[in-house]
Design a protein around this ligand. Structure first.
Ligand SMILES: [Zn+2]
Length: 245
């Protein structure tokens, strides 16, 4: 099984929706592949958190049937007090409620971008404190780029700016915004820069700084780029400008 098909099956795997043969194949892949095992642990933790930590509210009947229509299911009678077992639906409901609430509050926050920005910060921090900064340690862009073949369904553009003081040190597959993404890792002096790259039609509206980290975001040729680091804003912008050229 390839990483791509394993990652595509992670959610149904965690939800116990796969038949025994597929579940065994995924399990075998997770035993052998660190990157997918990491994605699995993160997703499983999110699933558990949603089940245990997120507050639950009974959705009004009308909202529930609208959501069910959107996800392409006929509304079925759910007995009162029965827990919603699919965390994906629970997440959808939570997002719908939170989006509606924020709209009512007329908040100026850009919710989608903020949520992804928070995920980016979490991934960045985990990569720094954990043992998972790099799946492919290499300063050679010609090694890093082909490494993503078969692990992602797109080919990230990998550049090196060692001459300008931004040294490529490698890459890994990370999990952001409900999909596996490329994380390219650079160093500027002692500072680590994670550059996340994934296909997207328009630029993510993320803040310039989150939780003490600077973010530089751009969209180019149908790809979203988000650089994050504790590096100062000016130098991180310089990195973004070099990349965009
Ligand atoms: Zn894998």
């Amino acid at each position: 099984m390839t990483c791509k098909s394993a990652l595509a099956l992670l959610e149904p795997y965690i939800d116990g929706e796969l038949d025994a043969a597929h579940a065994a194949e995924v399990q075998r892949h997770l035993d052998e592949c660190q990157a997918c095992a990491l994605a699995h642990r993160r997703l499983a933790r999110l699933s558990t958190d949603l089940r245990t930590l997120a507050p639950r509210y009974a959705a009004p009947e009308e909202l529930r049937s609208r959501i069910m229509q959107r996800v392409g299911r006929q509304p079925v009678e759910i007995p009162r007090r029965r827990a919603i077992t699919s965390w994906a639906i629970a997440a959808t409901v939570l997002l719908a409620i939170s989006a509606g609430w924020n709209a009512m509050q007329l908040q100026s926050r850009k919710n989608g971008g903020d949520a992804v920005a928070q995920e980016i910060v979490s991934s960045h921090v985990r990569s720094l404190i954990g043992d998972h900064l790099l799946d492919v340690p290499s300063t050679d862009q010609h090694n890093v780029k082909p490494w993503f073949n078969g692990r992602l369904d797109y080919a990230p553009d990998v550049k090196d700016f060692a001459a300008e003081g931004f040294t490529l040190v490698g890459g890994r597959v990370d999990y952001l915004d409900h999909r596996p993404v490329a994380a390219l890792v650079y160093k500027r002096r002692q500072h680590v820069i994670n550059l996340f790259v994934w296909p997207a039609a328009s630029k993510l509206s993320a803040p310039d700084a989150v939780s003490g980290f600077n973010l530089v975001v751009w969209n180019q040729a149908g790809m979203e780029y988000c650089a994050i680091s504790d590096l100062n804003e000016a130098e991180l912008r310089q990195f973004g400008d070099l990349y965009r050229k």
